[in-house]
Design a protein around this ligand. Structure first.
Ligand code: NAP
Ligand code: 3JN
Length: 345
């Protein structure tokens, strides 16, 4: 008989949490019991899991008792407080926030890229940022084949990356503008409807945003390579679901677009859509609701002899967040010795 697990989900009422619930059910994750957790605001609310109604509980001391593992998507502040609490209670945490991503005790894992890193966990495993996940899934086969020295990336990120409130902001403003009303910004510093904002998360001292620096620092940790140069520009666009990325790389040795296309077509988690003359290339409207990373427009970078450029699209709530977290949980249950924790007191 398949072993089943007591699974917690902190942030169950949020955009990522709802996607995690769908994902657990769709993938047939062996759930013995599911405990949805959120803030006191949502305690008592009923959510649906696998055709049944389950009551949301408020997170706090004792909330993790009896669980085997818990997926977290409640933001960095909640993760800071509750992930160590869960790990000390013997519960393995897969955390979607940025809180623990750079902590040397915490593996930062994309199953298609560095699945072995999961073995080093002590109770907390971090899920990378959505923009990093889709970029590195697409680049891993090329990195392994010929090396990568430099990555330049421009992202086109959907409003669902900001959670439910981002989705509501774009819907409201679009309705307002189309009925000739004022559309005052509430969530973003400027109007997002019919606009593009080169600003995701806060600005840092080096004039990059925190989202851009997440892409830089997470790439180095996941590839376990401090020599790769990365520069990112992250842009919020008025699209509901899926992030798109224009990526330019300088490889260690030359590789033709044809060879890269073949490598990518064979790689796990990737769907190559690359017949531009037939108008076939990755699109947010097609990748929405899917778990694959879509790659196309693969071509030589005319500005560099070892240069390659491509267009990469993935559903930020699925492969960028929920699916990657559930896949990490699947790695854990494949080797039950990995469900042990020894997070320091
Ligand atoms: P969201 O739609 O705003 O949902 C936030 C969820 O967190 C809700 O369930 C909320 O519960 C809960 N929550 C917030 N503060 C809490 C607290 N102090 N204690 C307990 N629960 C709390 O946001 P989202 O889009 O789902 O994103 C949630 C988090 O996931 C983000 O903050 C981020 O850290 C992470 N995330 C990661 C990626 C990625 O790139 N991998 C992408 C998106 C998001 P209530 O209903 O009670 O308010
Ligand atoms: O904006 C996006 O498209 C992705 C957002 C991710 C995000 C949103 C709020 C807080 C994160 C993240 O995963 O890095 C965080 C955070 O945990 O810092």
């Amino acid at each position: 008989m398949t072993k089943e697990y007591n699974v917690g989900l902190l942030g169950a009422t949020g955009a990522v949490g709802q996607e995690m619930l769908k994902n657990l059910a769709e993938r047939g994750f062996p759930v013995k019991s599911l405990r949805p957790l959120a803030s006191a605001r949502s305690a008592g609310q009923k959510i649906e899991f696998d055709g049944a109604e389950v009551k949301v509980e408020a997170v706090g001391p004792g909330a993790f008792d009896g669980l085997d593992l818990c997926l977290f998507s409640a933001g960095a502040t909640a993760s800071q407080e509750f992930a160590p609490m869960a790990a000390r209670a013997g519960v393995t945490v897969v955390d979607n926030s940025s809180c623990w991503r750079q902590d040397p005790r915490v593996p930062l894992v994309i199953p298609e890229v560095n699945p072995g890193a999961v073995k080093k966990h002590r109770g907390i495993i971090a899920n990378p940022n959505c923009s990093t996940i889709q970029m590195l899934v697409a680049l891993k086969p090329i990195y392994d084949a010929v090396g990568i020295r430099r990555i330049v990336v421009a992202t086109y990120q959907s409003v669902s990356g900001t959670g439910q409130k981002g989705i509501e902001e774009l819907s409201t403003q679009t309705r307002q503008l189309l009925s000739l009303q004022e559309a005052a910004p509430k969530v973003y510093p400027h109007r997002i409807a019919f606009n593009c904002l080169p600003h995701i998360d806060v600005f840092m001292d080096n004039d990059y945003t925190k989202e851009e620096m997440k892409m830089v620092n997470e790439t180095l940790k996941i590839f376990d390579d401090q020599n790769i140069k990365v520069s990112a520009t992250c842009v919020r666009i008025p699209v509901f679901y899926c992030h798109s990325e224009a990526i330019w790389i300088e490889t260690g040795r030359p590789i033709s677009p044809e060879a890269a296309r073949e490598l990518l077509a064979r790689a796990p988690g990737i769907l190559v859509v690359d017949k531009p003359k037939e108008n076939q290339y990755p699109l947010a409207s097609v990748a929405s609701g899917r778990d694959e990373v879509f790659v196309g427009r693969i071509r030589a970078d005319l500005s560099h002899e070892n240069g390659l450029t491509m267009w990469v699209v993935a559903d930020n709530l699925r492969k960028g967040a929920a699916t990657n977290a559930v896949e990490i949980a699947e790695l854990l249950i494949r080797d039950p010795t990995l469900l042990k924790t020894d997070w320091p007191a």
